[in-house]
Ligand binder design. Structure first.
Ligand code: SF4
Length: 211
């Protein structure tokens, strides 16, 4: 079994620092994460900040005109669907949860458009509750290195839960995301500058093929 702590320590050193808009603000973390689906980080952050500046909270967002929201988030992927979704989500938070985003996975995933990854981002970045948020970077990197051997995000979440100590769970997702964007990229990973070549299955197997 791979030594997670050793590997994580190296990844953390290599990864640029991640800036989380709205850290410790569960509602805006939720809104930002919904906006982020199929959208670049910079575009997401700009749209979320513009929405925040105009609406500030779930009550104002619930009563917003969807066309105005759509205009503000026009550069985000699926802006039409998301503008309506943001109003729907705000309504649920206001009416079913008295304006407070739930702080548990079971209730979070009942909200439309909220899957396990989004729920776990809200828990970790909004509430500082340990959880395993598996996005495309976490899935790819964990499997490449050989920390897990899994077929989908749900399986990855379960497998990583067993090997990532609670004390790393809040920050590991942003660290993996930055490592995935800068070094262990989806296409052409930068193995030439990576410090994990000795223990990474992907590198070891590809090297063997080349020999
Ligand atoms: S050695 Fe290559 S594939 Fe392995 S973690 Fe580093 S960049 Fe990714």
């Amino acid at each position: 079994m791979k030594d997670f702590e050793k590997i994580y320590g190296k990844i953390k050193k290599m990864a640029p620092e991640h800036h989380f808009e709205f850290k410790n603000d569960p509602f805006w973390i939720l809104i930002t994460t919904i906006l982020s689906q199929r959208t670049k980080d910079k575009t997401t952050d700009e749209a979320a900040r513009a929405l925040y500046n105009k609406y500030k909270d779930s009550y104002n967002l619930e009563n917003a005109d969807p066309d105005n929201i759509k205009k503000i988030i026009k550069n985000v992927g699926f802006s039409n669907v998301k503008s309506k979704r943001l109003i729907e989500v705000s309504k649920i938070i206001n009416h079913d949860y008295s304006g407070e985003v739930p702080n548990n996975h079971d209730d979070l995933i009942k909200i439309p458009g909220v899957g396990s990854k989004t729920a776990n981002i809200v828990l970790t970045q909004g509430y500082n509750i340990p959880a395993i948020a598996v996005d495309t970077h976490v899935f790819r990197i964990s499997n490449r290195i050989g920390l897990v051997k899994t077929k989908d995000p749900d399986e990855t979440e379960e497998a990583l839960k067993k090997i990532i100590p609670l004390k790393y769970q809040i920050e590991f997702n942003p660290v993996f995301v930055e490592f995935g964007k800068s070094i262990c990229k989806p296409v052409s990973p930068r193995c030439d500058i990576c410090q994990l070549t000795e223990c990474c299955d992907y590198y070891i197997n590809n090297k063997k093929i080349k020999k």
